[in-house]
Design a protein around this ligand. Sequence first.
Ligand SMILES: Cc1cc2nc3c(=O)[nH]c(=O)nc-3n(C[C@H](O)[C@H](O)[C@H](O)COP(=O)(O)O)c2cc1C
Length: 213
Amino acid sequence: MRYLIWLPLWLGILGQAAAGGPETVPLPPPHTEGGMPLMQALKARHSSREFAARPLPRQVLSDLLWAANGVNRPDTGKRTAPTAKDMREILVYVITAEGVHLYEPSVHALRRVADGDLRHLAGTQDFVAQAPLNLVYVADLGRMDTSEENQRLYSATDTGFIAQNVYLFCASAGLATVVRGSVDRAPLAAALGLGPQQQIILAQTVGYPKQAK
Ligand SMILES: Cc1cc2nc3c(=O)[nH]c(=O)nc-3n(C[C@H](O)[C@H](O)[C@H](O)COP(=O)(O)O)c2cc1C
């Protein structure tokens, strides 16, 4: 009987362990139905560099990350974006005013990496520090069992697929976005705690469009 009193606590701890540990925050399940018809989303896709400061609701962040690189076939763990040899080497870091998290597709959760507002490190253009969300695409070369030439080629192409998923999701959800190569990589890599085998490929800013004055 005494043990039953602790059941909710144990269930909570086991739940956290299943999600990757106490530093991992689950996202709400993604809404994988609906959205804009694909041809309309392709028509609407474009880059924007003006963002409202308004944060993204948690459900929108969940849907966005699932669209970017979530698991769409749970039986194999395969993703919404393809990767060469199914290496799944691209890590998606999430930078908001609250801190830095790593998206964990297998449990659809965010793992805490750093606290505080580090958005100014996510790019060299002024809008980056004001927009509510910056994604940073990092290639984990340690997961790439292929030649150095292929590592460079595949990590760039695999990032492109994820970035385009984000573009199409944003078009469908009425969000503004731009993918960016203009990143000061050394300070950002230090803020993300990257190892020598982990390379920043691109970043992508996301937010609601700035209303015309
Ligand atoms: C690999 C890559 C790097 C880019 N880097 C930047 C960047 O650093 N800053 C920026 O404002 N836009 C950047 N862009 C966005 C392009 O400028 C944009 O896609 C292009 O002007 C075409 O506009 P569209 O996306 O509206 O079709 C980049 C796009 C790609 C594909």
